[in-house]
Design a protein around this ligand. Structure first.
Ligand SMILES: Cc1cc2nc3c(=O)[nH]c(=O)nc-3n(C[C@H](O)[C@H](O)[C@H](O)COP(=O)(O)OP(=O)(O)OC[C@H]3O[C@@H](n4cnc5c(N)ncnc54)[C@H](O)[C@@H]3O)c2cc1C
Length: 402
């Protein structure tokens, strides 16, 4: 039978095994390609005691400009688990109410998000800054990954533009929708253009509208999101060609032609914005098989989506957390990568497909279908509308059995 002495011996033995396991993991070097939301969140979820993490960013610094980003409760629960929630909330605004409107300002629906975490909006630069200062990893800027090669011993050799190549035990491709790592693993070419472009801006106002909104027109939409202290983020879409140049019009001139007679405060927000960013809306068809050997994908590199559900960055945060937890639990092996994809793929596929449909509905140009869409928004009880999207927002990766 086991006495007190032998149970102490057993505890000592288990502790020693854990130490050996930790030091073996620490010797493993993981290269994260891309210092965006996915790469930085992944680095925060692991610690240097567990793995030796190196982040390679092709830009010359780790800054993010961008505009506003909405972060939903499904991603905030991760921020809570990794200790960043208070700082994020301090730097963001909350959606107390969300309106759907017509371009003339008629209210189609009103909802009030209710959850254990708020729905927030933050400047991307702030989210990035908070993540960056809270990670413990070796940072390499000006390192654009060119190619990767699998060695016979399971390691991966990385070749960078105009830099020496390096060898790692694993590679996490967090290099966004145009991912080089994805081309190596999946090889599905260029992303798919979805028929509309988006302009975005952030502006300080002297008024406080106190809500978020999405306004529907004919092949055009505008969203307004509250950031903090009278600062608002806005976005506007229009059906046009891929990367269509606004010239010969000035961008504001063009936006005024498209949205100048839309309801308050849309023209005011556009007029007072200094920097306006324009993108074409792209995604990819969901594709399984995110891992080859010890090279895997997270964030937009794995599951890029159109932003109609505001979930691309949120899923990047969820996926980074799941992968880190799987590596903690199973070690750096195929079981960890398989478990990560098993948990993350079905959800990301559903969100990508739903977001695409929502975008098509938002960009309708047929007058009959527009009238039908607006009618459905108007008659649908907000509780039903909330329920339809709640399955995405009430998901908690932190409660998953990984
Ligand atoms: C208009 C718009 C609005 C959006 N709104 C929201 C929203 O409200 N809420 C939300 O959750 N999501 C939103 N998203 C989606 C969100 O922006 C993305 O899902 C998120 O940024 C993905 O993060 P990531 O780290 O995977 O990729 P990225 O943010 O693209 O970061 C990739 C990083 O990798 C670097 N990189 C690229 N190639 C290489 C290379 N070869 N070598 C080294 N480094 C490389 C890049 O420079 C970059 O820093 C929106 C997207 C768009 C386009």
């Amino acid at each position: 039978m086991f006495g007190v002495g032998s149970s102490l011996d057993l505890r000592y033995f288990v502790r020693t095994l854990k130490k050996i396991d930790t030091s073996m993991k620490k010797n493993k070097k993981i290269a994260v390609i891309g210092g965006g939301i996915a790469g930085l969140t992944f680095a925060r979820c692991l610690t240097r005691e567990e793995y030796d993490i190196h982040i390679f960013e092709k830009k010359e610094d780790f800054g993010e400009v961008g505009a506003a980003i909405s972060v939903f409760p499904n991603a905030l629960c991760v921020m809570d688990a990794i200790g960043l929630l208070p700082e994020i909330l301090e730097n963001s605004g909350q959606f107390q109410k969300v309106y759907l409107k017509t371009s003339k300002g008629a209210i189609l629906s009103k909802s009030e998000p209710q959850s254990d975490y708020p729905v927030i909006c933050i400047h991307r630069a702030d989210l990035h800054r908070i993540l960056l200062k809270n990670i413990d990893a070796e940072l390499h800027t000006g390192f654009g990954l060119k190619a990767l090669t699998h060695k016979e011993n399971g390691q991966v050799e990385l070749s960078f533009e105009q830099k020496e190549s390096m060898i790692f035990d694993a590679v996490v491709g967090a290099d966004g929708i145009h991912s080089v790592v994805r081309q190596h693993i999946i090889g599905d070419g260029q992303p798919l253009f979805r028929g509309y472009n988006i302009w975005r801006g952030v502006v300080k106002t002297d008024f406080d509208i106190g809500y978020g909104s999405e306004t529907y027109g004919n092949g055009q939409r505008v969203g307004i999101v509250p950031i903090k202290d009278g600062v608002y983020g806005w976005w506007a879409t229009c059906n046009e060609a891929f990367m269509q140049d606004d010239a010969p019009e000035d961008v504001k001139e063009k936006l005024f032609r498209l949205f100048g007679d839309w309801h308050h405060p849309i023209p005011e927000l556009i007029a007072n914005t200094e920097n306006i960013i324009k993108n074409s809306l792209i995604d990819r068809k969901p594709h399984k098989g995110w891992t080859v050997g010890t090279a895997t994908l997270i964030g937009d590199a794995a599951h890029p989506t159109t932003p109609n559900l505001g979930q691309g960055g949120c899923m990047a945060i969820e996926g980074a957390y799941i992968l880190a937890k799987a590596l903690q639990k199973y070690g750096l092996n195929s079981q960890a990568f398989a478990r990560y994809e098993e948990l993350q793929y079905p959800r990301s596929k559903e969100i990508t497909n739903e977001s695409l449909k929502l975008g098509r509905m938002g960009q309708l140009t047929n007058p009959f279908l527009i009238a039908l869409r607006n009618f459905v928004f108007k008659v649908m009880p907000s509780s039903v509308a909330m329920k339809m999207i709640d399955k995405y927002f009430s998901y908690r990766v932190t409660k998953l059995e990984i």
